[in-house]
Ligand binder design. Structure first.
Ligand code: DQA
Length: 141
């Protein structure tokens, strides 16, 4: 299975940003955590991080032409208001799993709503890195 993992803004700041929420592990640690699953499932996993909305949309569109089997996406704060990312996911019609490190249902009011949840097959959140692990496990079920 070929999986594209797309991480949005400020996820490159893991280990520095709001440690009480996101933990002390860094973005590199996250990448290593995810890549371990390649051997477990003998899958191909490519991981990208972008701060810009347009870059995320470009990568989602590219996924269509790359013929990936699934997208795992953590759009960061764009989760809560980017209709453009939502439209891009609808356009490519690829199996997509939404993930978040934190439990967005128990934080600020504006984080409780995700504009992509209903265009994603499944959402995993609140388990830090394990949210990604759960998404990968789910895709291989
Ligand atoms: C996040 C949650 C978002 O609300 C926030 O803006 C992020 C990270 C998460 O993984 O918990 O940047 O997507």
């Amino acid at each position: 299975m070929r999986i594209l993992v797309i991480n949005g803004p400020n996820l490159n700041m893991l280990g520095i940003r709001e440690k009480e929420i996101y933990g002390t592990e860094t973005y590199d640690d996250l990448v290593k955590y995810i890549l371990r699953y390649q051997e477990i499932y003998n899958s191909q996993i490519e991981i990208f991080q972008y701060n810009g909305e347009g870059q995320i949309i470009d990568k989602i569109q590219e996924a269509y032409f790359m013929k990936v089997d699934a997208i795992i996406i953590n759009p960061g704060a764009y989760t809560h208001y980017s209709y453009a990312i939502r439209d891009a996911l609808l356009a490519v019609n690829i199996r997509t799993i939404e993930v978040h490190l934190s439990d967005i249902s128990k934080r600020d009011e504006f984080r409780k709503h995700s504009v992509i949840t209903d265009v994603c097959e499944k959402s995993f959140f609140g388990k830090k890195f394990h949210s990604y692990g759960e998404a990968i496990d789910y895709l291989h079920q």
